[in-house]
Design a binder for this molecule. Structure first.
Ligand code: PGA
Length: 245
């Protein structure tokens, strides 16, 4: 079970210091893995504040080149060097706002894996495809074109674009079917099993329903991960969920 906190472009140094105080007073479980993705400039700072905890830090993106004349980009090697375990690749905000296309996302994912990072590859349909009933097709195309060649350190996050930051989440059936579809698609293509996280408006109120869905292996949380109480409530729900088995 995995809980990922994508802070996006939020929380400054003071807020991170306050956040970490609560984390350091909390009893984490070895059953649930957690990773926080802070703004790039604070990865090292956060890592130093939580170094004794069983929580990792990650990058919100990385370039496909290891070094060179790429102003404003970050190398996967530098993320690794600064203590990152994971990197998010292909988040819909990068796809939409930074015009990242599947081909490039594949290169970024591949390069991150080659740099010994674990990749959370994001896929998910927009509202039009959701309403047209073509979400499966949309996500299949994303997978077909952006899956790296090496699957060892890969997780998928299913994040319907229309659900991100909106408070709307797909029905239990839709999430269950999509996760199953993604798993089947990947195992057919590669013979490998992959974990699939759900992302999009996850909060302390809906977390139990989401975790009860078959084939959900964890969550990628945006807005609710900015508040430490909400983040820890989501994490605790994941621990309790596993305790049931
Ligand atoms: P949200 O964001 O939880 O605020 O909807 C999720 C994400 O973008 O990863």
């Amino acid at each position: 079970m995995f809980v990922a906190a994508n802070w996006k472009m939020n929380l400054d140094k003071n807020s991170i210091f306050e956040f970490s105080k609560h984390l350091n007073n909390f009893k984490f479980s070895s059953k649930v893995e957690a990773c926080i993705f802070p703004p790039m400039t604070y990865i090292d700072y956060l890592n130093s504040l939580i170094s004794k905890l069983p929580i990792s830090v990650g990058g919100q993106n990385c370039h496909y080149k290891k070094s060179g004349a790429y102003t404003g980009e970050v190398s996967p090697l530098f993320l690794k060097d600064t203590g990152c375990k994971y990197v998010i690749i292909g988040h819909s905000e990068r796809r939409i706002l930074n015009n990242e296309i599947n081909d490039e996302i594949k290169l970024r994912a591949q390069s991150a894996i080659n740099s010994n990072l674990k990749v959370i590859l994001c896929v998910g349909e927009n509202l039009i495809d959701h309403q047209k009933g073509s979400a499966f097709k949309f996500v299949e195309k994303q997978l077909l074109e952006s899956l790296p060649d090496n699957f060892e350190n890969l997780l998928i996050a299913y994040e319907p674009i229309w659900s991100i930051g909106t408070g709307k989440i797909p029905s239990v059936n839709v999430i269950e079917e999509m996760h199953q579809h993604i798993k089947k698609f990947i195992s057919k293509k590669t013979n490998k099993k992959v974990k699939v996280l759900y992302g999009g408006s996850v909060n302390p109120e809906n977390i139990n329903n989401i975790l009860n869905i078959v084939n959900v292996d964890g969550v990628l949380v945006g807005g609710s991960s900015l508040n430490v109480k909400d983040f820890l409530a989501i994490y605790s729900a994941a621990v309790k969920h596993l305790d049931k088995f």
